[in-house]
Design a protein around this ligand. Structure first.
Ligand code: SAM
Length: 242
């Protein structure tokens, strides 16, 4: 499905509210919209199917990560549980100066992300099929990223175990959350500390276009993650750290 002229205007206006000039990236966003809506007819990649939903809840919500000031040029980032490529793909489109690995455990989703990266011609992005628990134990990936991002994957204590082992000491984890976060943040403090992190900041924002409340939870990696973490695939979700 082609993105309409109205859809393009929505994207440009909402991008401007985030302080982003998206005009130079419009062709790629329109292509991503077309790829996603076409693939979604057969693959059930995302429940968000309408144009304004894709523009605001996928594209703009992903780009809202850039409200955090830590995205410095040359950063190496992993998007854990990227699904159909969110937030990683929109970020890779607008930040060609940052390298993105897009990880997901579901093969059909990574198949889509691989195709999208090829079609969008994004040299700064790579799709990875696998589980975060496995990647976090591989010496070639463990503690190698400057940042990890994640949206809609698990509760914060679980997310912390999937992401913090992948991040270098000094790096950060950005977890995108909806309206209610403070209870989850309080519950996850013990897990975050065990994994070598601290809670640095919770950024409150209103999503342009919808006005929905969003939060960016920023964890800072301050110490090496102990070797017993992450635990085996599935264990973090079944038995979250406390
Ligand atoms: N981040 C995307 C978004 O917000 O649209 C996808 C969210 S989807 C609800 C959660 C995704 O996390 C699924 O695609 C699932 O396969 C992936 N996932 C869950 N646990 C994972 C793990 N341990 N390692 C890698 N991917 C995982």
């Amino acid at each position: 499905m082609q993105m309409s002229a109205d859809g393009k205007q929505m994207l440009l206006r909402a991008g401007a509210e985030l302080g982003l000039e998206l005009e130079p990236h419009l062709t790629r966003f329109a292509l991503l919209f077309d790829l996603l809506t076409t693939a979604n007819q057969n693959l059930n990649l995302t429940a968000i199917r309408d144009e304004s939903g894709i523009v605001y809840k996928h594209f703009i919500d992903s780009l809202s990560c850039l409200r955090y000031s830590g995205f410095t040029s040359g950063l190496s980032v992993i998007d854990v549980g990227t699904g159909a490529g969110f937030p990683g793909l929109p970020l890779a489109v607008v930040r060609s100066d940052i390298r993105f690995d897009l990880l997901d455990a579901t093969q059909k989703k990574i198949g889509f992300v691989t195709k999208a990266i090829q079609n969008l011609a994004l040299p700064n992005a790579q799709a990875l099929w696998g589980r975060a628990e496995d990647l976090g134990r591989q010496s070639v990936k463990r503690e190698t990223y400057g940042a990890a991002l994640t949206r809609a994957v698990a509760a914060l204590a679980v997310t912390a175990e999937l992401t913090l082992p992948l991040v270098q000491v000094g790096g950060f984890v950005l977890v995108q959350k909806g309206a209610e976060v403070m209870g989850e943040v309080a519950e996850a403090q013990g897990a975050v500390r065990k994994l070598g992190g601290v809670l640095e900041e919770v950024i409150h924002l209103k999503l342009p276009g919808t006005g929905d409340t969003r939060h960016l939870i920023i964890l800072r990696k301050v110490e090496h993650t102990p070797p017993q973490y992450p635990r085996k695939p599935g264990v973090p979700a079944k038995n979250p750290l406390s």
